[in-house]
Design a protein around this ligand. Sequence first.
Ligand code: FES
Length: 580
Amino acid sequence: MTFIPAEWPRKLRSQEWYGGNSRDNIYHRGWLKNQGYPHDLFDGRPVIGILNTWSELTPCNGHLRELAEKVKAGIWEAGGFPVEVPVFSASENTFRPTAMMYRNLAAMAVEEVMRAQPIDGAVLLVGCDKTTPSLMMGAASTDIPSIVVTGGPMLNGWFRGERVGSGTALWQMSEDIKAGKMSQEDFLEAEQAMSRSSGTCNTMGTASTMASMAEALGMALSGNAAIPGVDSRRKVMAQMTGRRIVQMVKDDLKPSDILTKEAFENAIRTNGAIGGSTNAVIHLLALAGRVEVDLTLDDWDRCGRDVPTIVNLMPSGKYLMEEFFYAGGLPVVLKRLGEAGLLHKDALTVSGDAIWDEVKDATNWNADVILPVEKALAASGGIAVLKGNLAPNGAVLKPSAASPHLMKHRGRAVVFEDIDDYKAKINDDTLDIDENCVMVLKNCGPKGYPGMSEVGNMGLPPKVLKKGITDMVRISDARMSGTAYGTVVLHTTPEAAAGGPLAVVQNGDMIELDVEARRVHLDISDEELAARLAAWQAPKNGVVGGYTRMYLDHVEGADTGADFDVLKGQRGNEVPRDSH
Ligand code: FES
């Protein structure tokens, strides 16, 4: 039996388990053979883990077992040994209080699954919002060669001749019901049209954004992000990814070779161009922390500021991911960034080539989907990072999803102490609020509403909606769904539950928002603010144990990615010998 082919420069880690004739080697090989593997498969070929986030309760990833078969085919073709491994699947549409609370748990589990087992390389089979960052974070901390392939977006939804964008239509229709513009019967009928094929949200929500981030970072093959989940080319992409990971292992091409500062800057600019989700801010900061790249909120503002939003997709625009794919997808956007001098062209990708080599020949097939700069949805489409006495460590706002007339605004604060307070008051017609007020929601950050729920785009009061008003300035320490829209200040840090200034805003205070100046200001004196903060007392959460206790003890602020303090950085992939 040959263990290490002569042309290979180094011993693969899987050979620690399988490469020899010791009692332990026989133990490991013998068990695996109960699945019918011939002896010569243990000859030193790379063992590739297909880390699969398939789950029937993660419907966005419900087709990933089928795709895994295509990944396996590619791995076999290239001379690898594929093993499909189920991993934690944090579903956006089922996990409570929010899938975000479990991103770090999933990342921690994936890291341990990779390190503790005979895996030489990994295909990260992902799709729904949190599955993509969590697997990239776990893989980054092990630095085992890894490549992303996503499940792809759903086909367009259609209802009575109109596109139905995942999430976006839901928010719009629920507001229409409150405003008396839509019946409950029509709402139920529209439900049937929302999700008509396998795949992730079809808007430029967080799933499509994170698929685009993976591609822009260089962690997925070029063109991966936009191929619909049911398109035959999605299967081809899966098979090509399987082939590629085997060569990546041979070349020892690791996450740390790809996830450089330049790669993150490319991704940030891409996010501005696609009108991507604010959630990408948190996920990329956390991922950078895993590979020890010095990325900050200020980098988001610096890199994104001059990037126009040219992808005309909901929630900022008109179309959906299916049309983005037909128009040429992300390679067209990356090419445009490169032509504008906004792309680090030499950044390395999982293909082994520079990103520019991958995209320089891309063609735009629909100029109404991928717009010329003169028709950009927002001239400055990058995430705006706001600072001021209300957000000393920063807050974010997505200009392409905001209302131009509210980008500079001064209004009276209407305060909701937490999400229950908001729910109790918002439909009350005696609530003292009008469209010029600023809605303030506290205690919804990582510690406040454990996990940092997507409630920052809180719905407007019905009495305002009935006037035909569709947007108001809203400020919170929460997140917002990538499919949502509005003039919404999010991720305010330090969060209220950690004693940030947001905690001491009172009804009737005046608040100033100036997006151009990157400022969010509570108009009270420094002395008054200091006195209120000195009198503030932390809310009691009553959590005594379990994962929630661990989360509260270790989660950091949104301004650094809301990762656990103990999970930041790389821990490599060395393991002690086993104990059999
Ligand atoms: Fe899973 Fe949108 S809810 S992709």
